[in-house]
Design a protein around this ligand. Structure first.
Ligand SMILES: *Cc1c(COP(=O)(O)O)cnc(C)c1O
Length: 377
């Protein structure tokens, strides 16, 4: 069929993916600006100042407690999983697994010969949480889980595990949080985490290939100790990453364009009201989607427990009367892209990224277009 959605119904920008996701025009302009340090050395002041600016802005954005530091390096969040296995986990870890990304993280850590991973898991669409083993003899030294499971749209509270107050028996358990698709789009109490890490191509609307992490003093102690006593490939050594970050550098050459995209976004987040404002916006956008789904008889939010529904990645199942694949392909022809479910989930589903760069009005237009497509196909 060769119909097109009436132009006045379309959103201004058709990018609703869960990462890479919509970059604002101001971000792209920053890269193209003749005054940008594109094409110059990352060991010289213009790029080092840019890294320094990002570190300072993130310190402010996340209200970092005393002693926490911002680190960064190349390789994205997937690399951090391996880096954690090498320079954060001593020998016993526990992972909450409730989707593809958390499963991959647990797999990466479980593969190294010195670490055992105890897995707390739940079916896709449900939340699994870690279980505190702080007082036992075989105490877990590292707990890790995602804040937002991007493959299913399940959102986890961020709390610390294994460091029960008043006991100095096992003071060292670390809590590591994969915040790749949530950092910047939701509020967080960083003091509940030891490593809060993310890639910038989701809420920050920047590009892939880089990772950023906020590390607590306890994490820094662990990283420095393991990174200097274990044999660790340089690129996976968080101790080297930390040393470079303190000098506003990265171990190897970063994408300068990406740094510019991140700096512009962080500036915008801060000047727009910080994390509270971003969280308000993503909550408003995702609420439109969940309400829309509750009101369409063929649709159901995939995440049954409303309290576990993500404000930044909304997943909506349809019954067989609506063919989401055909509709997604049709919308793509009309410039609305990337609303397909996570590849391996294999459901009749739409998955929408409602990151801060997507305005609630644009989400409303998107839903109108889907309604139009269902009606006309
Ligand atoms: C996207 C994503 C990743 C992977 O990020 P890369 O930058 O591709 O390594 C990891 N964890 C979560 C929760 C994600 O959403």
């Amino acid at each position: 069929m060769r119909t097109t959605i009436p132009a006045h119904l379309l959103p201004t920008d058709g990018r609703f993916g869960s990462g890479p996701s919509k970059a604002r025009p101001e971000q792209l302009a920053r890269v193209a600006d003749a005054a940008s340090p594109m094409g110059t050395s990352h060991r010289q002041a213009p790029v080092k100042n840019l890294v320094g600016q990002i570190r300072a802005q993130l310190t402010e954005l996340f209200h970092l407690p005393e002693g926490y530091e911002v680190m960064l390096g190349n390789g994205g969040a997937s690399l951090v999983w391996d880096a954690i296995a090498f320079t954060a986990v001593e020998s016993r870890a526990q992972a909450a697994v409730f989707g593809e990304f958390s499963a991959k993280a647990a797999h990466a850590v479980g593969r190294v010969p010195w670490a055992e991973v105890d897995i707390q898991s739940a079916e896709p669409g449900r939340l699994a949480r870690c279980v505190d083993r702080g007082e036992e003899n075989d105490a877990v030294d590292t707990y890790f889980y995602p804040q937002n499971e991007t493959s299913t749209g399940v959102f986890s509270p961020v709390t610390r595990y294994g460091r029960s107050r008043g006991s100095h028996q096992h003071p060292g358990a670390l809590t590591l949080v994969d915040a790749t698709s949530s950092a910047g789009g939701v509020t967080v109490d960083i003091s509940q985490t030891d490593l809060y890490y993310f890639s910038p191509q989701k809420c920050f609307g920047a590009d892939g290939g880089l990772w950023i992490a906020v590390a607590s003093p306890a994490a820094i102690e662990r990283i420095e100790r393991l990174g200097s006593t274990r044999w660790v490939p340089d690129i996976l050594n968080l101790e080297l990453a930390l040393r470079n970050s303190r000098k506003d550098q990265t171990l190897n050459t970063p994408s300068i364009a990406n740094l510019l995209l991140i700096a512009e976004q962080t500036e915008w987040m801060l000047s727009s009201g910080g994390l509270d404002a971003m969280a308000e916006r993503t909550a408003a956008s995702s609420a439109l989607i969940y309400e829309w789904a509750e009101n369409r008889p063929e649709a159901t939010p995939f995440v049954a427990n409303a309290a576990d529904r993500s404000p930044v990645v909304a997943t909506i199942d349809f019954d067989e009367s609506v063919d989401t694949r055909t509709i997604s392909a049709f919308l793509r022809e009309n410039g609305i892209v990337d609303i397909d479910p996570y590849r391996s989930l294999g459901r009749n589903q739409f998955r929408f990224g409602t990151f801060p760069n997507v305005e609630p009005d644009e989400v409303a237009a998107l839903l109108t277009c889907i309604d139009w497509a269902i009606e006309h196909m």
